[in-house]
Ligand binder design. Structure first.
Ligand code: ATP
Length: 304
C-alpha cells in the first residue's frame, strides 16, 4: 500500500524559483527512506512541503490518499533546529507540546513519561532545557516528535553533532518505531548511517531527484568487482590489468576479468605484493554512488 505519494512537485523561493522541479516520490507502508543531497539541495524544503509548512507551486502530496496540510497530526517532524523552549525544563516542554498535540490529563502524563524513558531523559527531566548538553537537546527535540503515534515520522539530521551513545539510542528508537509500522523519512549527511538504516534511498541534486529506489538494488554490484583497502598504492601494471580505480576513503575497486574468481584475483594481487586491510565484494558503498552522482558540486559554492 502506498503511504506517501509525492506527484510532480515543483517549488521555489523568490531567489531560487526552480529549487525543486518535477519531484515524484512514492513511499510504501513499512518503508524507511534515506533522503540525501548536498548542502542546499532542498531536503529541508521538501520536508517542509511534506509537513504542510510550505505549499507546492505545482503537484500534490498525499498521505494514505489524503492531501497533507499544516498541523497534520498524521505526520511528526524532528526538525534540524531545536524546537523547544530553553527556559522550560525537559518535562515542562514535553507537557506543553503534549497539550499542543491534543493530549490531555492522564494520557498526556503517560505519553510524557513514556518518551522521557525512551529518550533516557528521566533523570534530567526537571533541568532547564537551556542547560542541557547538545546530546540531551537532540534527545528532547526527538522526544517531542514521538509523543503521539504518527503514520509518518520525518527526521531532519537528527544525529548531527551527537556522541556515539546518543546516536545509538536515537537510531534504536527509529528502528523500534519502524518495526511498529511507522513510515520513516530520514535526512542525513552520514551515508554509512543511512546505508545501515534505510531500505529506500532518494538523492536530491540540482533541483531534481537524481536517484530513487531500493537500497539493496542500488548497492548490488552488477559489475562484478572487488573493492579493497590496500596498504600501498597498487602498481600501474595491476591498475591497468584489472582496470582498477581509486574510490572514497582509500578504497580501490578492481574489476573481475571474465573467468576469474574472487580467490583467483586476490591470489594474483598477493603474488604481486599487494596487501590489504579490508575487502568488499558484491556490494558497493553508498558514499561512492553519492559522490559519483554529485561530482559537479563544489563544496565552496554550495549553500549551508
Ligand atoms: N525560507 C527561505 N527563503 C528563501 N530561501 C530559502 C529558505 N529556506 C531555504 N532557502 C534556500 O533554499 C535552498 C535549499 O535549502 P534547504 O535548507 O532546503 O537545503 P538542504 O538540502 O536541507 O541543505 P542542508 O543539507 O545544508 O541542510 C538553499 O539555497 C537555502 O538557502
Amino acid at each position: 500500500m502506498t503511504l506517501l505519494d509525492i506527484d510532480q512537485l515543483t517549488f521555489g523561493y523568490r531567489q531560487q524559483p526552480a529549487l525543486l522541479a518535477d519531484i515524484s516520490l512514492r513511499l510504501a507502508d513499512g518503508d524507511m527512506l534515506g533522503l540525501l543531497g548536498p548542502n542546499g539541495a532542498g531536503k529541508t524544503t521538501l520536508v517542509s512541503l511534506i509537513t504542510g509548512l510550505l505549499k507546492p507551486g505545482h503537484g500534490s502530496i498525499t498521505l494514505n490518499g489524503k492531501q497533507v496540510a499544516l498541523g497534520d497530526r498524521r505526520i511528526a517532524l524532528v526538525p534540524q533546529e531545536y524546537a523547544f523552549y530553553p527556559r522550560l525544563s525537559g518535562r515542562e516542554n514535553l507537557t506543553f507540546f503534549a497539550g499542543v498535540q491534543g493530549l490531555k490529563g492522564n494520557t498526556a502524563k503517560q505519553a510524557v513519561d513514556r518518551v522521557l524513558a525512551q529518550c533516557a531523559l528521566t533523570d534530567t527531566q526537571h533541568q532547564r532545557a537551556a542547560r542541557y548538553s547538545g546530546g540531551l537537546k537532540r534527545r528532547l527535540n526527538f522526544a517531542i516528535a514521538i509523543l503521539t503515534h504518527p503514520q509518518l515520522l520525518i527526521l531532519d539530521e537528527p544525529t548531527a553533532n551527537v556522541d556515539p551513545q546518543t546516536r545509538k539510542l536515537l537510531l534504536d528508537i527509529v528502528r523500534e518505531l519502524h518495526q511498529e509500522g511507522v513510515g520513516i523519512i530520514y535526512t542525513s549527511h552520514l551515508l554509512g548511517e543511512v546505508e545501515n538504516l534505510c531500505n529506500q534511498v532518494a538523492l536530491l541534486h540540482g533541483g531534481r531527484l537524481v536517484l530513487h529506489g531500493s537500497m539493496d538494488e542500488l548497492l548490488r554490484d552488477a559489475q562484478q568487482s572487488v573493492s579493497l583497502k590496500p596498504t600501498q598504492t597498487p602498481s600501474a601494471e595491476l591498475v591497468s590489468r584489472f582496470n582498477a580505480c581509486q574510490q572514497a576513503d582509500h578504497w580501490w575497486r578492481f574489476e573481475l576479468p571474465a573467468g576469474t574468481t574472487v580467490a583467483g584475483l586476490l591470489s594474483t594481487l598477493e603474488q604481486a605484493g599487494l596487501h590489504y586491510t579490508h575487502i568488499r565484494y558484491g556490494t558497493q558503498a553508498l558514499e561512492d554512488i553519492y559522490l559519483a552522482l554529485t561530482s559537479d558540486t563544489h563544496p565552496a559554492s554550495a549553500a549551508s
